[in-house]
Design a protein. Structure first.
Length: 156
C-alpha cells in the first residue's frame, strides 16, 4: 500500500517552504504522459531564504546532507503547488544532484543521500528511491545543492 506523502511530511514533523518562483525562462514542472519532470530546485528555508555555502570550504558533508534534504522539501512544495497534493506521485524515477563544492571535494554521493533518504522517508523505500547521478560544480547564488528529478504519476 502506498503511503500518503502529505501525511508523511506531517508525521516527520517537517514543513514545506514556500514554492520558489522561476528565476529564469523555464517551467518549474511539466507533465509528459505519465511522467512529471521537475526543474532544478534549491534549498529554500521555511522563511523563503536560501541556504548557502560551499562543500569542502565552509560546509561539511552533514551540512550538505541537510541542504539536500531541504531541496527535497522545496521540490515537494513546488509539486504540491502544481497539483494541490502529492498523492498523484507513484514513484521517484530519476535524480540529478548537483553539489556546490571545491575542486578537491569528492563526497557528492554522500551529500545527495540527504535528498534520497528524504524521498525514501516520504514515499517509502520501494517508490522513493530511483536512479541517480551526483556531481560537483559551481552553483548559482552559492547554494550548496541543486536537484532536478523525474517522477512517475498515477494514471487516471
Amino acid at each position: 500500500m502506498t503511503q500518503d506523502p502529505d501525511l508523511r511530511i506531517v508525521e516527520l514533523g517537517l514543513e514545506l517552504p514556500p514554492p520558489p518562483k522561476p528565476a529564469g525562462v523555464y517551467k518549474p514542472v511539466i507533465v509528459v504522459d505519465k511522467f512529471l519532470y521537475v526543474s532544478g530546485q534549491l534549498p529554500v528555508r521555511a522563511d523563503g531564504t536560501l541556504m548557502t555555502g560551499t562543500l569542502g570550504a565552509d560546509l561539511g558533508v552533514e551540512e550538505g546532507k541537510l541542504a539536500a534534504r531541504q531541496v527535497g522539501l522545496t521540490m515537494l512544495s513546488t509539486i504540491k503547488e502544481h497539483f494541490g497534493e502529492l498523492k498523484k506521485i507513484r514513484r521517484l524515477v530519476k535524480v540529478f544532484g548537483m553539489v556546490n563544492c571545491t575542486a578537491d571535494f569528492d563526497q557528492h554521493p554522500a551529500v545527495i543521500n540527504g535528498f534520497s533518504l528524504f524521498m525514501a522517508d516520504v514515499f517509502g523505500k520501494e517508490n522513493g528511491i530511483g536512479v541517480r547521478s551526483a556531481v560537483g560544480m559551481i552553483l548559482p547564488s552559492n547554494v550548496p545543492v541543486e536537484v532536478e528529478a523525474m517522477f512517475e504519476l498515477f494514471q487516471g
